[in-house]
Design a protein around this ligand. Structure first.
Ligand SMILES: [Zn+2]
Length: 315
């Protein structure tokens, strides 16, 4: 393992710390006000602060200034780091606070070569729509959603999918019209095991623009390409128990603005209207009691549908 004593390019080594332990994301601010992302926090910080910003960390002695040392722990089989321990020491009483960041990708050397990244505007707000949806594993909700997106909002659907039960299953991506997509989703056996993302767009965009790479088991799309395009994306999620019924924890994401080089870029008014229409439709058709950004199937125990849904077994 290796230790790095954390210093900025102008040799500041004392920081105010804002850190979210659950997300492993945080920033350091020097006494003269320069702010730096910790490790790769820049990839996640802005999404996180749209809902909540971590408070300035305080020592039990009430001081809020810390020095920092990062401890890099290597994997046993190769040179990548499997985790980084962040050690913060109170500049008044020397008491330590430690956080562990697990790293699940490769290569990782840049986290050692550049442990901090300058952040010009740490508190930029942009319009992100991130919805959580507990939907039935019997696929009725997703079919209703596809019908609304294709037939009412008149959007094109790009579908990226593969059968997650099959080893070496080919990852495919293509435009699907509403009927073809509904047929695919109506195959209940296939639907239960499919990995699925559906990207809806008002313009027929070239799919090649979103492909990161091809290999012998198919196509990988670029990470979060929907951010920079006028796209509303749905990702089929894991199975979870909700009110005693197995559901899929799906997510729907889009943004009306995005951050590029520390500035906010606006998407079109037309796209803004599409996202507003979708939110209105979701609010009218789903249960929002968990939060205003949660659109769950309505589970009323007196409704015969509840019994039908409750009888759906986890595949
Ligand atoms: Zn202290």
């Amino acid at each position: 393992m290796s230790f790095l004593s954390i210093k900025t390019p102008d040799n500041s080594s004392n920081f105010q710390v804002r850190y979210n332990k659950a997300e492993s994301v945080g920033i350091l601010t020097t006494p003269n006000g320069d702010t730096y992302f910790i490790l790769d926090s820049g990839d996640y910080w802005y999404d996180m602060i749209q809902t909540s910003t971590p408070k300035i960390m305080k020592c039990s002695c009430k001081n809020d200034l810390f020095s920092a040392q990062f401890e890099y722990i290597k994997r046993t089989d190769h040179d990548d780091f499997k985790s980084v321990k962040l050690h913060f020491y109170c500049t008044k009483c020397s008491k330590e606070k430690t956080f562990k960041v697990d790293i699940k990708y490769s290569p990782t050397i840049q986290l050692f070569n550049e442990p901090l990244k300058l952040c010009m505007k740490p508190f930029l707000k942009y319009k992100l729509n991130h919805y959580n949806c507990f939907w039935d594993i019997g696929n009725e909700a997703v079919i209703k959603y596809v019908d609304y997106m294709c037939n009412t909002l008149k959007l094109y659907a790009i579908c990226w999918f593969w059968d997650s039960n099959e080893k070496e299953s080919i990852r495919k991506v293509d435009y699907f019209d509403c009927n073809k997509l509904t047929d695919l989703l109506s195959d209940a056996t296939f639907y239960k095991s499919v990995f699925l993302e559906i990207h809806f767009t008002a313009e027929k965009l070239p799919i090649n623009d979103f492909i990161e790479t091809h290999d012998n088991i198919g196509v990988y799309l670029k990470h979060d390409f929907w951010r920079y395009q006028e796209i509303i994306t749905l990702r089929k999620g894991a199975y979870m128990l909700y009110k005693g019924v197995w559901c899929e924890a799906n997510t729907i994401k889009s943004c009306n603005e995005y951050i590029l080089n520390d500035d906010i870029v606006q998407k079109s008014q037309k796209f803004n209207e599409l996202t507003l229409s979708l939110k209105k439709w979701l609010t009218e058709n789903f249960d929002t009691t968990r939060s205003e950004n949660c659109f769950d199937i309505k589970l009323d125990p007196t409704d015969p549908t509840y019994t039908k849904l409750g009888s759906l077994k986890l595949p």
